[in-house]
Design a protein around this ligand. Structure first.
Ligand code: ZN
Ligand code: ZN
Length: 340
């Protein structure tokens, strides 16, 4: 690692995505790509920038440390080594909520200012709330998924200028989700009739932190589908926009009929025969989601899901015991009460 500093300082945009910013610095200073820049500045080509290297990177880029700190995508580890990422001034706690290696863009935004907005890297942000257009994740010309290898930030590696891409209309669901995310940064939200969800559900989601909002969509729109399947893999997320749109739709539908729809779904899963393995009845009935809910949805703001879940669990517990004449069910109910 050298003590080299870039010649030309590039001023970051507010909440610009860190890799996009570094791409601009590399371009301006004739450095061949982000990897070379990171090797030069930090001694590693790893595509991640943690809080611990902020000062070093600031010196290298001729910035104040605060200017680097406000960039989106900065990573930190707590004392247990658990990682989280800053996006638009808040911290998200799951790697699945951000997509660091792939790029999305709004052609209209790129026409106005050629930089990568931090929120674009969030997996649930798929519509530009400013232009009401769908974010694109593939090059319209070569159809390849965009990453960070292109020589210039505004172009695909095939040479296509991304700002020339046709702007496509975003779905109401994707737009609503983007509005909810933008609200965190103090953005104004358009009138309710243009939203993909009712006022009550919107207000409920708008009251959550960025992390809480993501966890809610992840749990209600994704994890719940695996309830009762007992297998592993519910932690994997297919990051295609269609799958993400579906998760958002599932969540909105469940919230519309809250808490009845959620309870009906749980009751339906619990009526299936339990998995054939030895373990606590609770785990066999409701699979790994159980653990996720208790470990991850533990904050005060998540209580609306947790408490509803536990209420319904109690009901289906009794139904299950009755139906299967399980001798131990009374004891299990007792154990469950003790856990609370
Ligand atoms: Zn835009
Ligand atoms: Zn291309």
């Amino acid at each position: 690692m050298s003590e080299f500093r870039v010649i030309h300082r590039v001023t970051p945009f507010p909440e610009e995505y860190v890799l996009g910013y570094l791409h601009r610095v590399a371009e301006k200073n004739g450095i061949k790509g982000i990897q070379s820049l990171l090797s030069d500045a930090l001694g590693t080509p790893r595509h991640s920038v943690s809080l611990t290297v902020v000062t070093k990177l600031a010196t290298y880029c001729r910035l104040y440390p605060e200017e680097v700190e406000q960039l989106s995508g900065i990573e930190r580890r707590n004392h247990d080594g658990v990682r989280s990422w800053q996006v638009c001034g808040e911290w998200v706690t799951k790697a699945a909520f951000i997509a660091p290696n792939h790029r999305k863009f709004c052609p209209c935004c790129l026409r106005e200012a050629p930089f990568v907005r931090g929120c674009w890297q969030l997996v649930f942000y798929n519509a530009c709330a400013r232009h009401r257009t769908r974010l694109l994740d593939c090059c319209p010309k070569c159809r390849k998924r965009l990453n960070w290898t292109a020589h210039r930030l505004e172009y695909c590696a095939c040479g296509y200028k991304l700002a020339d891409a046709e702007a496509l209309h975003a779905s109401n669901d994707a737009l609503t989700m983007s509005f909810l995310i933008e609200l965190r940064g103090g953005a104004r939200v358009p009138p309710g009739e243009s939203l993909g969800v009712g006022h009550r559900e919107f207000d409920l989601l708008a009251g959550l932190s960025l992390d809480g909002l993501h966890k809610t969509i992840w749990f209600l729109g994704h994890c719940l589908k695996d309830l009762g399947r007992y297998g592993t893999g519910h932690g994997r997320l297919k990051r295609g926009q269609t799958e993400v749109d579906l998760m958002i739709r599932h969540t909105f539908e469940l919230l519309k009929d809250w808490p009845k729809g959620f309870g009906d779904l749980l009751a339906e899963y619990a009526r299936r025969p339990p998995a054939d393995y030895q373990g606590p009845l609770e785990g066999r009935l409701l699979g790994p989601v159980q653990r996720y809910l208790r470990q991850e949805l533990d904050g005060e703001e998540m209580a609306f899901i947790r408490l509803t879940y536990e209420q319904h669990l109690r009901t289906i517990w009794q139904e299950f015991g009755h139906k299967h004449r399980l001798r131990r069910v009374r004891q299990l109910e007792f154990d469950f009460e003790k856990q609370e």
